[in-house]
Every structure is written in C-alpha cells, then in structure tokens.
Design a protein around this ligand. Structure first.
Ligand code: G6P
Ligand code: MG
Length: 227
C-alpha cells in the first residue's frame, strides 16, 4: 500500500533548469567557451560540483580544487539572484492541487532534492508547508542515482521504502528510486524515462485516483479526501 509520495524539486515542482542554464552559461562565457541548451540537459539532477566537472569537461579545462570551489560559488551567487525573485506562479501546472489532494487524503509528502537551495525555492513558491519532510542537498552525502536522498525521506516520514512513490524528471533520479525499492513516476517523455513504472507529462489534470489506477498500486488513505 502506498503511504507516501516523495517529490524531486527541480523539473518536477518548478522549472529552475532555465536559471541554472543562465548561470552556468555565464561561467562558461567567462572561461571562453560555449555552453548550449543540450549541454544543460546533462546537468539535470546532478549536484553542483558534479555539474561544474561536466561543464569544465565540455570546455576542455582543468582547475585546482580551490579554483573549482570559487567557480561553483560564483555560479551559485548568480543562480540565487534569479531564484530569489521566484513567485508562486512559477510552480509547475497542477502541482499545488495534486499536493493538496494528497494531504487531504492523508498521504505523507516528502521532498527529495539534490539542491542546497531547495528550502529557499520552496519558501519563494510558498509550498514549504505542504511537505512533512524535506531532504535536500544540505542533508545528503551521496548523489542520485544513490538512493540515500529517498531512503532518508522515507525514514523521516516513518514509512517503508516499498510504500513510497517517487516523482522525478532525471534519469539518475528514477534509478535512485529503483535502487531504493520505491515506485517511480517519471515526469517528462517516455523516450527518456520509459524505464520508470509510469511516465506522465506533468501534474496538470492529474488526480490521485488516476495515478493510483495507472500505477496499479493501491493507496492507503488515512483521511477521507477527495481522491
Ligand atoms: C538539482 C538540479 C541540478 C542541480 C542540483 C544542485 O538536482 O536538477 O541541476 O545542479 O539540484 O542544485 P544547487 O541548487 O544545490 O546548486
Ligand atoms: Mg529534477
């Protein structure tokens, strides 16, 4: 029985990839090479330092650890200047309604994100209160596809991994959910995420009942919600 849902943040709840792109591209420009939208795809779900490694590999450049830390810090300062201005309107379509329906039904909700900026983003889009547990880049050691972030989420919620559904837009995130022995729902296209238990384009028009049917997994409703 499904008792909890764990949500990735970037690309599932909000579209922050565009801000990451602007900030990484500015760094690449400063270093004298081009960073494309296609390159940016490789950074989805990847931690900040790993993203920098990929970026430097694209540029064919090498730096010392202190230099890399300074670059990541600079990129983050620019990124934060964008996300600081985020508003609730930037929450992806249908997400808030879906979260509310889960809450009304007594299904527990956790965030499982690699981002160290997750608390600030949730605050800006005014969704912090929807989550019973928040596991982010500040509280994990291992990056996805390691299941740590989701296993911690389940532990904080007090549920077994097999009673959780993970919503993810990144390949590494779906892999992490599978390693954690959780149900996985890919947010995006079938071509990329087809190995997940279910793939949906987004939450717009999605109800908990529809999810339950398509996932072929029963939910344990502890409150009489509208589901
Ligand atoms: C998410 C995003 C990645 C990002 C990572 C770290 O997983 O999909 O693109 O690099 O979080 O984010 P942060 O805000 O800590 O730099
Ligand atoms: Mg993501």
């Amino acid at each position: 029985m499904i008792e909890a849902c764990i949500f990735d943040l970037d690309g599932v709840v909000v579209d922050t990839a565009k801000y990451h792109f602007i900030a990484w591209r500015a760094l690449a420009e400063e270093l004298g090479f081009e960073f494309t939208h296609q390159d940016n795809e490789r950074l989805k779900g990847v931690s900040r330092m790993q993203s920098l490694e990929i970026l430097l590999e694209i540029g064919g450049l090498q730096f010392s650890e202190p230099e890399k830390l300074a670059m990541a810090e600079k990129k983050n300062t620019l990124y934060v200047s964008y996300i600081e201005k985020m508003t609730p309107e930037e929450t992806l379509p249908g997400v808030e309604k879906f979260l509310q329906e889960l809450r009304d039904s007594g299904i527990k909700i956790a965030l499982g994100s690699a981002s160290k900026n997750a608390p600030m983003i949730l605050e800006r889009i005014q969704l912090s209160g929807m989550f019973d547990a928040i596991v982010d880049g500040n509280s994990i050691i291992e990056a996805k596809p390691n299941p740590e972030v989701f296993l911690k989420g389940a532990e904080e919620l007090g549920v077994l991994p097999e009673s959780c559904v993970v919503f993810e837009d990144a390949i590494a995130g779906i892999e992490a959910a599978q390693h954690a022995n959780m149900y996985s729902v890919g947010i995006g296209d079938l071509e990329t995420l087809g190995f997940a238990d279910l793939v949906i384009p987004g939450f717009d028009g999605y109800t908990v009942e529809r999810l339950m049917k398509e996932l072929k997994a029963p939910f344990l409703f502890s409150k009489s919600g509208k589901a």
